[in-house]
Design a protein around this ligand. Sequence first.
Ligand code: ZN
Length: 685
Amino acid sequence: MKLLKYFTVLLFSISLFNCQSQKEETSTMDQNGEFKYQTEQFADLAILRYKVPDFEELTLKEKELLYYLSQAALSGRDIFYDQNYKHNLKIRRTLEAIVNSYSGDRSDEDFQKFMVYTKRVWFSNGIHHHYSTDKILPEFSSEYFTHLISNSDKNLLPLDKEETVETLITKLTPIIFDPDADAKRINLNPDDDLIVTSANNYYEGVTQKEAEEFYNRMIIKSDPTPIWYGLNSKLVKENGVIKEKVWKVGGMYSAAIEKIVYWLEKAVTVAENDLQKKTLEKLIEYYKTGDLRKFDEYNILWVQDTLSGIDAVNGFIEVYGDPLGRKGAYESVVSMKDLDATKRIDAIGKQAQWFEDNSPIHPEYKKKNVVGISAKVITVLTEAGDASPSTPIGINLPNTNWIRQQHGSKSVSLGNIIESYDKAASEGVIQEFAFDEEEIRLAKEYGPLAGKLNTDLHEVIGHASGQIKPGVAAPKQTLKNYASASEETRADLVALYYIMDQKMIDIGVMPTLDAAKAEYNAYLRNGLMLQLRRIQPGNNIEQAHMRNRQAISKWVYEKGKADKIIEKKVNDGKTFFVINDHPKLRSLFGVLLREIQRITSEGDYEAAKNFIETYGVKADQDLLKEVHKRHEKLNIAPYKGFINPKLIPVYENNMIVDVKIEYPDDFTTQMLEYAKEYSFLPNYN
Ligand code: ZN
């Protein structure tokens, strides 16, 4: 499973599609000498970069392993284009030939539109939108397309046997410009034949009924460890016979898979330990044989390997691209343990008992022996296929249920990707919604760290803390529909209460209490205002996290009103909530925590209902409209994708003696480079 940053999608209207390309200056650093997270924005997309903070600290062997796994990842890149639509590789190569060699005017509006289209195709790994899966229609004419091809280097065009420039144009024009031809990559309308009406390339010449029957015949109902039939093949009908074309060495996509295997074999030579070595060898065996039992065996080894610092997802993994949920899209995510996060989480987790003992909750509801919950964060090095440029922010694998039940699964959040999202998104938002320069300064200096500490405290300490009164049932039974909002309230309050504790400085995870101030400011900005942008006018708040954030924020605002702990100010018609006294606010968080813990421990349904309904549900409609207006003005792209860092090996006497990391800052350059380095498949497979 992948966890997407989906909520951003809901907020923005389709009108952004018509935006002109807004390429900003693309220097690696911005004017303040800081790492530039967002490099450009076009259509409904923004391109970001992400940092790999601990790379220099790795040993040569570890760097080498990351390099080989990254090469393996990128080697399969073409596969995903072809899986998405059978004409994708040919179209992409035509677009790239034009970008590389078009001899006409590149400064006019038409060419800009052509570049936006090309970048959208790269972003979506094909001509269908990565999220809606609708066909992307160019904003330039088919005549202009003909003109571009005719004025480009013929030798660079992907001409198949006996094909001329003219026949290439004739062939591609309807595919690209006709809105009705292969209009949707994945059709999920149950009234249609899902296979025939989906443009993806997982089935050819077969109907939905034929495909379903084909696989139903294979399934053995009594098998306690069932194989995921169809995961690594295309189903076709040839001469009236339905059969699978398996993706393996010697099968379909062989040229790319051979390269993946080549680099995985290199990775084996520098594996961190025996188990990791065995795991990689099993993956190679699977790619060589196409045997899905081997893939199960690989996954079992993979979930067992929790000690390695470096890890990779590599294979045909997620099945969202197939309306029948059988076919795995190629993807790879190469990562290492987030050392900083691990240190931070360990330091906080070790203090779980101290936090419990010093908590403002009633002694009766404290745990005598509390153990922090471990949270896992990874740092991404390279992403490819289904995971790139658009990426998940969390991954939970393997997908096979019986393996999850019998052997476990790995669940991670992608730390440096999340950080990049936050940094890129926050700048304009903070400028707009923070009250003064001091609030902006605190947010810039401590915002990201404070956000992470808050999450750590919430996950590691918050959810682990407190106990139910003996004889009282679990909150799910007692608090019913308010259970999850109450639980999130409780965990948030533990985090908010402790982030402003000297203990955080003493255990070395926070440099100053100013970081806690930054977090309080951010929490209330979001809880009282900013999150309203996710609610459509006229609606109230449904989602548990949003309810609990508003409930906490509104409660402390109301209770602190008399003392002006938090003050509402209106400037130029804009509303702000300003915290005048952070330590007093902390005390209020403590008071509320004590009450919410009591509600939870005693299963006080009426009190939970009263709290959430009074403070968490109702959206202030005037404020909501204001927030929408102010936020829309910022023109933030709903979808984001990432440029990968580049790993560059340094050779001496044919031996790798070092691996350097660079952070390219131009999406087009990286896409052209990848096309040159990793184009292993023919136009049609
Ligand atoms: Zn939570």
